[in-house]
Design a protein around this ligand. Structure first.
Ligand code: HEM
Length: 484
């Protein structure tokens, strides 16, 4: 028998009219950790009069993202707050035929066939960035990892070698992402959601031209309200700087023509085919891949290096693994010999999943678990929370890459580990990111040991991604590879 969602327990901490709004804005990781402890399989959060479901088991997440994916889509708040930065790109668009077509356009690039070429670029980029580090220097690890990730994306997807790009573009990218995170939980967004829901309810009851007029008004509410002020001006300036650096890559390739096999080529070819991709869509995809593929992977690598420093026995095992390569650069063929590096990267993504929280909205009435979920209900999926379930990961705060041996992984339910999401909207760059994390870690650990210079705990900063709260300074010590 199914129950109404009002039977789902509300998480503690709901205050007055606003409910969980303040905690969600100010301390959402504490809220998620508390939810992991308090909730059984599902709970409810309250934002003003709206209730959002919070899933707490891999089985329920599988139902929403995979089994009943057709009944869910990206929610309005996600789409609206990402609009200025990535427009209607792959990451933010509705799951419709346009999205399907664009996913098909980029798919060939993420096929297995490209991985050897990408692997070489990933290792080369890490070597290039690391070649600037002097023995004993203190480096800002997050910034350097971002340099590597940006060099990788620029070379693999745009066939351009540009180590300086990160210096000019990371700040505006982070600024624009901060704006996105802020707008997504702002009073303006809350107001838009309330009005949008009201209009949707009304238009269902009307027909003819009155319903059509309400639909139009609803579409208008699917844009962010850019209230003039310092925050909006800063965001616009960030966007201008991002476009100033990225769009010339497109113009230059258009002028040169060419037969490079990269993302830009696939997008430009689709542009040439009538109706496949407009110039605006091309811009949105270019920015989307920069946004989606940089800070995420860079955070994963940074967290892994920080965690390894605090776990010397694990670090020694990884160093023995990379030293067995005898000092030569790792390649894709070495992956079976780099199992510990891969496991350490996975464990870092478990503890600090860069996309720690994402959402869906039901587009029709649907049954999830024991509950009847009406159309228009928002559902939160929090890898940060599921990854800390002691039933799935005993002693969950402990860093232990052995949780990702093939046997240990097979013993857990599917989606116990889900940093890349699942179902039709699963991260298109998941295999790419996994390859990058493993090969970059191996390359760096071959050459350097990374030592934390401050004892204070590294706080995760939950905006759009879960990055370390500061650039994480670490001292680099050159290593002599021990021939294996
Ligand atoms: C550790 C690194 C990464 C993590 C943790 C990550 C995580 C995710 C997650 C969770 C989603 C799905 C969000 C949702 O379902 O709402 C996603 C989507 C996406 N990711 Fe990644 N990602 C990573 C790296 C990358 C890289 C390297 C690229 C590109 C080269 C990329 C491109 C994308 C794109 C384009 C989407 C949208 C896919 C769609 O909706 O069709 N990501 N990512």
């Amino acid at each position: 028998m199914t129950m109404n969602i009002t039977a789902i327990p509300v998480l503690s901490g709901s205050r007055g009219l606003l409910g969980h709004v303040a905690e969600m804005r100010e301390d959402r990781l504490t809220l998620l950790r508390r939810a992991a402890r308090e909730l059984d399989d599902i709970g409810r959060l309250r934002f003003l009069h709206r209730h959002v479901l919070l899933l707490n088991t891999p089985a329920l997440v599988h139902e929403v993202l995979v089994e009943k994916a057709k009944s869910f889509d990206k929610p309005l708040a996600t789409r609206v707050s990402l609009t200025p930065l990535v427009g209607d790109g792959l990451l933010s668009s509705k799951t419709d035929t346009r999205w399907r077509r664009r996913r098909r356009i980029v798919a060939p690039l993420f096929s297995h066939a490209e991985s050897a070429r990408f692997g070489e670029v990933m290792v080369h980029s890490a070597v290039q960035v690391a070649s600037r580090w002097n023995e004993g220097a203190v480096i800002p690890v997050m910034r350097e990892a971002t340099r590597i990730a940006m060099a990788v994306i620029t070379a693999c997807l745009f066939s351009t070698e540009d180590l300086e790009l990160a210096d000019t573009i990371s700040k505006p990218l982070t600024g624009a992402l901060e704006w996105t995170g802020h707008y997504g939980t702002s009073p303006a967004m809350m107001g838009q959601l309330v009005a949008h829901n009201l209009l949707r309810g009304l238009s269902r009851r009307l027909d003819g031209s009155a319903a059509a007029r309400l639909e139009k008004l609803g579409a208008w509410l699917e844009q962010p309200f850019l209230v003039p002020g310092a925050r909006t001006s800063a965001m616009r300036a960030d966007l201008a700087r991002i476009e100033e650096r990225l769009l010339p890559l497109v113009t230059a390739r258009r002028a040169a023509g060419g037969t490079k096999s990269d993302l830009l080529e696939l997008l430009l070819r689709a542009c040439e085919q009538e109706g496949h991709l407009s110039d605006r869509e091309l811009r949105d995809e270019v920015v989307t891949f920069f946004v989606a593929g940089n800070e995420t992977t860079a955070s994963g690598i940074t967290w892994a290096l920080s965690l390894l420093d605090r776990n010397p026995a694990v670090l020694s095992a990884l160093e023995r693994e990379v030293d067995a390569l005898g000092g030569r650069r790792p390649t894709v063929e070495d992956l079976p010999r780099l199992a510990l590096c891969a496991q350490a990267f996975k464990e870092a993504l478990r503890l600090y999943p860069p996309i720690y929280l994402f959402a869906r909205e039901s587009v029709e009435d649907v049954v999830i678990g024991r509950y009847h979920v009406p159309a228009g209900t928002s559902v939160y999926i929090a890898p940060y929370m599921i990854h800390r379930d002691p039933a799935l990961y005993p002693d969950p705060e402990r860093f232990d890459p052995a949780r990702f041996t093939p046997e240990a992984e097979a013993a857990r339910p599917r989606l116990a580990w889900m940093p890349f999401g699942a179902g039709p909207r699963v991260c298109v760059g998941a295999a790419f990111a996994h390859l990058e994390g493993t090969l970059v870690l191996a390359t760096l650990l071959q050459r350097f040991r990374f030592e934390r210079v401050e004892d204070r705990p590294v706080d995760p900063l939950p905006f759009i991604t879960l990055r370390p709260a500061w650039d994480l300074p670490m001292r680099v010590r050159r290593r002599e590879p021990i021939p294996g």
